[in-house]
Write a protein that binds this ligand. Structure first.
Ligand code: G6P
Length: 608
């Protein structure tokens, strides 16, 4: 989803180059047009990619400061005129914006009556004109910007620049993330830390309702009512290299290959194996309250939602606590029965997904304790929840979430141990889970080592137009997750289904051209899965089975088998999903598609 980057410095750096490089590291968020402005050279905008923008920038384009943007269309088509930055009538006030100005129509009408001329369909442009209008009365840019911000409703992350004060850039945040980068003689504004990290690790996150002014030498933060805000900087330890591809052709493959390390990082320092305990520092402040909790409602979207569904099985079986999993986009419209003995647990890689965030806010309003499993340090969900656990999966760049999913499941297993041991789970069971968790990275590596055979399989099935994914119990959500991976990056129809539900509809689609991925490890559901595979074979459907290493029987039944090492049933999704991720990756690659940036999708969806 839209990305902002702004720079001001006195080091003699070429702001244009800094801004374009920054936009490249925001590309993963998903966008459809791009633009840049410097007070010295003006603006360049284009539909399409940053590479297009680079081509369009004329020789001699220069600047010591500037603002830049990647747009994901909401109001108005992805065209040059709708791309950001937008300006006022005189081309002096420039703005880049993430979010939606809800009262833009009224404001626009008012401004048109006052003689302003608009050149785009975008809601954002109204902001530049509003600042221009206020500059007629307020001689200071800062005051005019503040007055304008006080007039708009909606959500925004903003960077504003004024040609007559080129050193200074104003940022503001209301519902859409903004982070400041504090360098030596240079300062930055961005919608997430990735474009800042190559320059400085020192960042400050803005809260909703806050405004910041940066100049080469410093920054100030204040609220919309002008009261000063003091906030310490945070050091972000993601290296700039970590956001690069590390030798792989795509970020998605790199991120899948990082799986073993990611699980280790999520577990690091959190297991006391001999006592069968999970030590979660982020939950300590609410540990007493958690003992009295009677119900957990997980809220999440997309892949994180499927992680939540696995968590439901884990928590109910091992912690004996009732769990419900709800889509973030639905939860707030339900009249769920919530009280102070309810935990609303948000799961989010980005920590910025608007639907998940709003669901958590709703939970909080209704008196629940809110917790988070979040990957992005300092993100809105991380800050707004009462307590929580970071995934420590590192930055995930590819739109299709892979390593973050593994870390979400790992964190849920830790949650389960934590809740479980508070509710009578035996030390022996705790030990068993802890040991099995510790063994996962090595087992996962064994799967990754078979990636060439998965690539061959993807090639074999590359002409198929439809796939069914089936699984049961812990692996029922994995059927959905496997299907979403394939469809989001290859645009091929793939349907997830609880294997028991197959006979109530999906089986009607099966024929010799409709392959099924059957997740059938040797667990409590094995016999039932084998029956389902028989049902598909009886209808001539090709079957690819995900099976436990050593299971020779299934090879007689299925057309192809991908083997996975054995582990505890509750942890098996963490292994079983990986061949499905690799299959989706190689399948899309075989089709020559843009694996890391699939069409129509965004990495972080900050609108509802
Ligand atoms: C988008 C992404 C998905 C992700 C979902 C939830 O749709 O494309 O990969 O699972 O948002 O994102 P979150 O950051 O909250 O985990």
């Amino acid at each position: 989803m839209c990305g902002i980057f702004a720079y001001t410095g006195k080091k003699g750096k070429d702001a244009g180059g800094v801004l374009l490089d920054g936009l490249l590291s925001l590309e993963y968020r998903g966008y459809d047009s791009a633009g840049i402005y410097t007070p010295e050279s003006g603006s360049v905008r284009t539909p399409g990619a940053v590479a297009e923008l680079r081509k369009k920038i004329p020789k001699g384009f220069k600047g010591k400061s500037g603002i830049a943007h990647l747009r994901w269309a909401t109001h108005g088509e992805p065209t040059e005129k709708n791309a950001h930055p937008h300006s006022d009538c005189e081309g002096e006030v420039w703005v880049v914006h993430n979010g939606i100005i809800e009262n833009f129509k009224e404001l626009k009408e008012k401004l048109i009556k006052k003689g302003h001329t608009f050149t785009s369909d975008s809601d954002t442009e109204v902001l530049a004109h509003l600042v221009e209008e206020h500059l007629k009365k307020e001689k200071s840019f800062e005051k005019a910007a503040l007055a304008a911000l006080n007039e708009v409703n909606g959500t925004y992350g903003i960077a504003l620049q004024y040609k007559k004060e080129p050193d200074r850039i104003i940022a503001a945040r209301m519902g859409s993330p903004i982070v400041l980068g504090l360098g030596d003689g240079e300062h930055f504004i961005a919608s997430d830390p990735s474009p800042i990290l190559p320059h400085t690790k020192k960042v400050v996150f803005l809260e909703d309702g806050e405004v910041a002014v940066i100049s080469p030498d410093g920054h100030r933060i204040f609220k919309l009512d002008s009261t000063k805000v003091k906030r310490d900087a945070t050091n972000i330890d993601w290296s700039a290299e970590a956001t690069q591809k590390g030798g792989h052709e795509h970020f998605m493959l790199k991120e899948i290959m990082e799986g073993p390390e990611v699980i280790e990082n999520t577990l690091r320092g959190r297991l006391i194996i001999e006592k069968g305990l999970a030590k979660l520092g982020g939950l300590e402040s609410v540990a007493k309250q958690l003992e009295k909790i009677e119900r957990v409602i997980v809220v999440a979207c997309g892949t994180a939602y499927y992680a939540g569904l696995v968590g439901e099985y884990m928590l109910e079986e091992y912690a004996g606590i009732p769990v419900e999993v709800e889509l973030g986009s639905e939860f707030r419209y339900r009249k769920s029965v919530i009280n102070e003995k309810t935990v609303v647990l948000g799961i989010s890689q980005s920590g910025e997904t608007a639907d998940t965030l709003e669901a958590l806010r709703e939970g909080k309003r209704r008196g629940a304790l809110t917790l988070g499993i979040v990957n992005t340090v300092g993100s809105t969900i991380a800050r707004e929840t009462d307590a929580g656990v970071y995934n420590h999966a590192g930055p995930e760049i590819s739109v299709a979430s892979t390593k973050a999913f593994l870390s979400q499941l790992t964190a849920l297993a830790l949650f389960t141990m934590f809740f479980g041991r508070q509710r009578g789970m035996s030390e022996a069971t705790g030990r068993e889970i802890a040991k099995a968790l510790k063994e996962l990275p090595e087992k996962l590596q064994q799967i990754l080592d078979t990636k060439e055979s998965i690539q061959k399989l993807a090639k074999k099935y590359s002409k198929a137009r439809d796939f069914l994914y089936i699984g049961r119990k812990y692996n029922y959500p994995i059927a959905y997750e496997g299907a979403i991976k394939l469809k989001e990056i290859s645009y091929v129809h793939a349907e997830g289904c609880g294997a028991g539900e197959m006979k109530h509809g999906p089986i009607a689609m099966i024929d010799e051209n409709f392959p099924t991925m059957a997740i059938a490890p040797k667990d409590s559901m094995y016999e039932k899965m084998v029956s389902n595979i028989h049902e598909i074979k009886a209808r001539k459907g090709p079957v690819i089975a995900i099976a436990t290493k050593g299971d020779k029987e299934i090879a007689k039944l299925a057309d192809d088998v991908l083997y996975v090492p054995e582990t505890l049933e509750m942890l098996s999704p963490i292994l079983n999903v990986v061949p499905l991720q690799l299959f989706a990756y190689y399948f899309a690659k075989e089709k020559g598609l843009n694996v890391d940036r699939p069409r129509n999708l965004a990495k972080s969806v900050t609108v509802e």
